[in-house]
Ligand binder design. Sequence first.
Ligand code: ZN
Length: 302
Amino acid sequence: MTTLRALAIAASLLLITTAAFGQSYFPVKTLGTQELWYSYCKKADGTCCVPYCLVDVDTGAYSLYNPGGNGHTVSGHSPGSGPASKMSISGNGSWTNTFSYINTGWTGQFWYYVRYGQRNTDNSFDARLAVGHPEYVRTCGVDTGGCSRADFGAGYTDIFWVEEKPEYIHVGATSRHENSNSYNHWMRSGPAYGIWGAAQDYLAAHPEQGKLALNDMSLPYGGLFDISGNWAASHWEHSNGKSVDVRANCAACGGLGQYSLPDNPTIHNEFLDYCRDRGATHPNTRLEFAGQSNQHIHCQWP
Ligand SMILES: [Zn+2]
């Protein structure tokens, strides 16, 4: 079924819109999908449509790194190029961020497709860099100067907040992501139950452990998890709600830390097997950075 989204501008009334307020991820659109939109000029009484009015239509993003930018702190990341879902009149072939001087014809409506998450200049799709930004489609009246925006976000719509449980605490907050553990613990349901079950299994066998400490999962809508601050594809396995890092510190690299697994290869392998027993994949479920300060267990689901 095709969903229609309408954008209207007033032909006889100047609408003032700003980029600073009212920006929203919502509704969240599924990456790579497209929908049919239309833009039109309102009549003076607010109804559709003024025939043959001229409009400009463009797409853009409000901000890459503000707190609304999927938990990426403004100061924590070097600039990248903006994400922008693209438009096409035919729905395939040529995709663009701008239509200029479009005559709406006798129906007063200009129809086009918007493809969510498109952003590269060659129109190739990169989910890592396209997710979780407040975006908009804007229609401006060429003659009236009035503009109207409709907001949306692109991302994975099936990633959910994972709460702390009696079996584990959340760790891993950094200045790059708002110094908060509220942004880095989002997952799909299956993997979230997977790590919960693995934690229960491990604690049943090792009650002396007490709790575990879970580090990064994914950001709220998935996408780039820019732990390096260079807005390049890092931490990529944490982009789609299927992975979690479990604290398993290197004891000789600065101590174990609260609720770390013991620094013991036998224990590491045992925990990895509990993840696999709960559906995690071989061999992507593994000990990472062994013997280094950022040593941890990475459990990943298919
Ligand atoms: Zn990991």
